[in-house]
Each structure stands twice: as C-alpha cells, then as structure tokens.
Ligand binder design. Structure first.
Ligand code: UDP
Ligand code: MG
Length: 321
C-alpha cells in the first residue's frame, strides 16, 4: 500500500504560550505514525502565523530550523482564523496527499488523528472531528453554539453538528475548495457542499492549554453571521413572507370592514386609515423582499461556486492501465 504524505495545518495567532507544548505533542504523534508506516516520512506540521504580535513567528522559525518535521508560513498581517486556515490548506495541498487542520491550543484531542487516518485509508475524503460533549465550554458558549447549529440547519445550511475546524481532508477535496472564490469564508459550511465520502470521529474537547481565547464574542458573532449570510438567503425570504403576511391580513380586515359597512354598521375613519397604512406597509415590505430575492440571486451568482464536482469518470479507464 502506498503510504501517503500528511500535513497538519495549525493556524496560530499570538500563541507563544502554547507552541512549545503543541510542538512536543505533535512531534510524538507524527513520529509514532511514521514509525507505524501510517504516514510518509515526508509528512509535516505546518504552522500558519496569522500576523501575530507576540513571539509566535520567531518560535515557529526556530522550531522549523531544528526539526525536520515542522515548517511554517506567515501572513503579512492578521486576517482572521478562517483566512489563515485557508492559506495553510492551499499551501499544504501542494505538498501533501491529505491534510488535517487543528487549533494551536490543544483543545482538539490529537489522539483522534489515528482514527481519522484509518478512515482516510478506508476511502473517506473528509473526516470531521466532532465534539462528543461541550463540557469544557462555558454555559453561554454551549447554549449559543448548539442553538446556532440548529438554526443553521433549519435555514437549510448543511453543517456537521458540533464540528468546528478539526478535520481531515484529501488533496482532491482541497483542489475543489480552491474553486470556491468567495471572500467571506465559512469553511465548515463549505466542506459538506463539496461532497465525496465523509465520516466523523468523536473526541472530548479539553480546555485551552494556555493563553486566552482568540475568539472574543465579537469575532464569534461575526463568524456566525458570515455563516448565515454566506449560505442562506432565508433572511431575505423571511422579509418577503412577512410583507405578504401583513398585506394578506390587512386585505382581510378591509374586506371585513366593507362587509360591515354594507350591513349598515358604522366603522370609524381612523380605523380605516390605520388599516390602509398597514396595507401600504405590507406592500412596501413585500417589494423590498422581491428586490431582496434578486439581490440574493445575484449574491449567489457572483460567488461562482462550482455547480458540480465529478468524483469518478469511467471515460478515463484507458489512462489507468
Ligand atoms: N486564530 C487565528 N487568527 C485569529 C484568531 C485565532 O489564526 O485571528 C487561531 C488561534 O491561534 C487558534 C485557532 O485560531 O489556533 C482557534 O482560536 P481559539 O482557540 O482562540 O478559539 P476558541 O477555541 O476559543 O473558539
Ligand atoms: Mg481554542
């Protein structure tokens, strides 16, 4: 069996406190995997310095000088986790047969890597790392995160429940990811749309090894909003339906008033005024919703996402000889 090259991509933003420990643990893990002939000896850990302001990049440079197993790239400035991750994945795909992405803070259990690799050799192109529980998260984070996954699913966005950016991807998945040219990145939403055989590996997420979360509430909300607006035009449709609903109710009321008038019952003009104001409001909201539908369509078009991905082509049988 061919032994494939693995790259582990680790985005790092001000992670000087954890890098040495992360390096030690990943060195042991990859060393063992190479010894067990599960991955090629050309495999590496690639740190992505996301414009850190502390000593992170110097540490990465030192490590990669000392250890053959480690390498790194540095972004010109802080571009955020998703962009740093994308930069890492796109660079790693040039050298690796498959890539695992994980955070620098050791929250993701690196022992899940073995199972991920087994599933890769079993033919999976994507293996999601899924948290079996959120015990180590604060109540607030757990509550908001879990409802977020539920809302996203309701809006028709395919997300793997409780999986973040700890995942294995094959080279061909990354080559397809390269065709997604959008600027607002929500990677965990894109991978399920790529397709191919996928599976999940469950792990306990632990506390951050050291340092503070680089995802304050503001960044988290931004990511959540990006996720919704990059994958769903549901909010626009909601406006349209709300407008139609208001118009419908007010038309019913107007008809009711007319019937009452015809029956000789007097209705105050103020009430009439109110209802017609609401009707106008409903029509305006509906119109905004209709315009929104077109804006939404345009938004989907300009992203130029691939419309389909062919996984196998029997026409190429001759080439395989
Ligand atoms: N990160 C990054 N750029 C940023 C913010 C975070 O590369 O602007 C990295 C960070 O170094 C870590 C990963 O993204 O490896 C996840 O961040 P963190 O652990 O702080 O998030 P949390 O686990 O608290 O959600
Ligand atoms: Mg973390």
């Amino acid at each position: 069996m061919k032994i494939d090259v693995l790259y582990v991509v680790v985005p790092c933003y001000n992670e000087e406190e954890v890098l040495m420990e992360t390096t030690k643990r990943l060195k042991d893990k990859l060393g063992q995997l190479i010894k067990d002939k599960k991955i090629s000896k050309n495999s590496k850990v690639m740190y992505v310095n996301d414009g850190s302001r502390d000593d992170t990049w110097n540490i990465i440079k030192k490590i990669s000088k000392k250890e053959l197993l480690f390498t790194g790239i540095s972004l010109s400035r802080n571009r955020g986790h998703q962009n740093a991750l994308l930069a890492g994945l796109m660079t790693a795909k040039n050298y690796a047969d498959f890539v695992i992405s994980m955070d620098a803070d050791l929250q993701d259990d690196i022992n899940a890597i073995d199972e991920m690799i087994d599933k890769y050799y079993d033919g999976c192109d994507i293996v999601y790392g899924v948290r079996s529980s959120r015990k180590t998260d604060t109540k607030f984070k757990r509550g908001t995160a879990e409802s977020y996954y539920k809302i996203m699913n309701k809006m028709g966005v395919e997300l793997v429940y409780n999986s973040a950016d700890y995942r294995l991807t094959s080279k061909r998945v990354l080559e397809n990811l390269n065709n997604y040219k959008e600027i607002n990145l929500f990677l965990r939403g894109i991978f399920p749309t790529i397709g191919y055989k996928s599976d999940s590996v469950f792990y306990e997420r632990s506390e951050r090894f050291a340092g503070e979360s680089k995802y304050p509430l503001k960044k988290m909300l931004n990511l959540a909003w990006d996720g919704i607006t990059s994958f769903s035009t549901f909010p626009i449709r909601f406006v349209l339906f709300f407008g139609l609903f208001v118009s419908f109710i007010t038309i019913l009321l107007l008809i009711l008033f007319l019937i009452l008038l015809l029956c000789g019952i007097n209705i105050s003009y103020i009430l009439f005024m109110f209802v017609s104001l609401w009707l106008l409001g409903g029509i305006i909201i509906t119109s905004i919703g209709i315009v929104g539908e077109y804006v939404g369509k345009t938004y989907i078009e300009v992203k130029h996402r691939p419309r389909y991905i062919i996984s196998e082509n029997l026409n190429e049988k001759g080439d395989l000889k």
